[in-house]
Design a protein. Sequence first.
Length: 259
Amino acid sequence: MSLFKRLTRLAPMKFLHALVAGILLLQTPITLAEDITVAVASNFTQVLRELALDFQKESEHRVIVASGSSGRLYAQVVNGAPYDLFFSADAEKPAQLVADGLADAGSLVTYALGTLVLWSADPDMRVSNGEALLDPRNQRVALANPRLAPYGAAAAQVLDGMALQGITRVTGENITQAYQFVETGNVPLGFVALSQVVEEGRIQRGAGWIVPQAMYDPIRQDVVLLNHGEDSIAARNFLDFVLSAEGKNIISKYGYGTD
């Protein structure tokens, strides 16, 4: 006797329950795979894309990356953007989202410690100890918007600490735009994230000065699970992967601290 004939002999409600259970069972392999959207600060975008690729090799889930300045992404979350995770370039904005009831307090954690670099695309420029900032020929310096980007705020701290308030500050919306100003030669030098210019643990392009940590507040980069991703297994699994030993190895490769 066929399965269908056996089911039709059941009482109507039992038949309906069995039919629904069978349909759900057939759909289970499909519904296990999820798409998640992750908001990430510009300085960490390249790293997150590599993390996402490795994660996707080990799971059926897909990670969609939305990047921008931390301030811009924060505003988008507040205004209802459907992000599942927020990888900020600071600790303040994720904490504020928790305070606002827009994120899971238990998920809040530091995923990376950022490093600021004064960088020039010209390999012959002498940038060590910030001396290039004192050269009259280099009276323009690129940095991310201090109001929106923590790396920009750190750069402003360095300039103010060196009493260089008079130098022309060419401001990009985020650290990626600041890097582009310098990389294209439109600005002779600028403050960028170490992750943007490091390869195999060393600055391989242009000339760079790793700014001493004492000259700016620590750039502690925090991540938080947003309300939109609270019920997402994929979002939680991806966060676990980023914080795993495998994930930390990838993050360290780009010049970030992980402890």
